[in-house]
Design a protein around this ligand. Structure first.
Ligand SMILES: Cc1cc2nc3c(=O)[nH]c(=O)nc-3n(C[C@H](O)[C@H](O)[C@H](O)COP(=O)(O)OP(=O)(O)OC[C@H]3O[C@@H](n4cnc5c(N)ncnc54)[C@H](O)[C@@H]3O)c2cc1C
Length: 271
């Protein structure tokens, strides 16, 4: 093992295939630039991101429809005047139809500026086009340091996140918050839940890694964020119908609240 906790960490390695569950194992084919090889695994955690192939190899439906795929573009810009203690969200169909734009300040006059829009809204203009317009309007002199683009599945969660010998985690299991598209924290929590479930299962040497024994993983995720994500999905579907005037009216209500009372629940109540 090359980590203090007994794990072998391999970089530059792709999982290129996985067999059905046989004799309590999955056989995973790995490859790097030089060779292919196989490993036997009692348990595989599919944390391979959007449109998870590993999940699909296990027979799970990991595809998201364009409607639920938040297509996002972000740049890190330098030389911008941003308040380092404030992050800004812009809800307007001009720059982010069925989504929102954000400005997250970083150190030394740099910021992450990005947006996510529903895949339904990308036919006339791509997210990068909307982002260029946004930058042109608000940060015309900014120097772009780096760019990130990608899709975030915002379905509220896969119906099924386990199969024999497999647990699916993070974007692979559509665990991002459907309203914000934020998926980092839930992906980390899911990783922890997967580790705990694996430890429970292996602790009992007789216990097989069959699907019914892994349901505990789904339950753990459900309790930590799954129920909330499904509620947020229903709210997201309602928000999609809002016009800019509705957002302005909501903002006017929120601004009346003292800062200390502007909690997510109150903001959503205003909506
Ligand atoms: C532009 C943009 C901005 C975002 N901003 C935020 C934000 O501010 N806050 C937030 O919380 N979330 C944000 N998100 C969402 C967030 O990035 C994801 O929810 C999060 O990264 C999910 O983590 P993950 O580990 O599940 O998947 P990923 O981060 O996608 O990681 C999956 C990894 O698996 C690897 N992989 C895939 N297939 C294989 C294979 N077959 N073999 C080996 N490796 C494989 C990939 O290379 C990748 O490294 C943003 C997303 C985008 C696109």
């Amino acid at each position: 093992p090359n980590s203090p906790f007994g794990a072998d960490i391999m970089t530059g390695v792709e999982a290129s295939g996985m067999t059905d569950y046989r004799n309590g194992n999955r056989t995973v084919t790995l490859r790097n630039s030089k060779r292919d090889w196989e490993v036997q695994a009692r348990l595989v955690v599919a944390a391979d991101g959007v449109e998870s192939r590993v999940g699909r190899w296990a027979g799970l439906q990991t595809h998201a429809s364009p409607h639920d795929m938040e297509t996002s573009a972000q740049v890190t810009v330098s030389g911008v005047d941003v308040d380092p203690h404030r992050f800004s969200l812009y809800y307007t169909s001009e720059f982010a139809p069925e989504g929102y734009s954000w400005v997250f300040p970083k150190r030394n006059r740099t910021a992450n500026v990005g947006l996510g829009i529903s895949g339904d809204c990308t036919s006339s203009k791509r997210p990068t086009g909307y982002l260029d317009d946004f930058l042109g309007r608000y940060y015309p002199g900014a120097a772009v340091v780096s760019r990130t683009i990608g899709g975030i599945p915002c379905t509220g969660g896969l119906d099924k996140t386990v199969a024999d010998g497999v647990m699916v985690a993070g974007d692979a299991a559509h665990m991002a918050n459907p309203i914000t598209g934020g998926g980092i924290v839930n992906a980390l929590i899911a990783g922890k839940c997967a580790g705990e479930t694996a430890a429970d299962t292996f602790h009992n040497c007789e216990s097989k890694t069959v699907e019914r024994n892994l349901i505990r993983y789904s339950k753990r995720c459900e309790d930590r964020f799954g129920k909330m994500n499904r509620r947020c999905y229903r709210i997201k579907e309602a928000i999609l119908n809002f016009k800019d005037a509705d957002f302005n009216a909501i903002a006017a209500e929120i601004i009346k609240l003292p800062v200390s009372k502007r909690t997510p629940i109150r903001v959503l109540s205003a909506a």
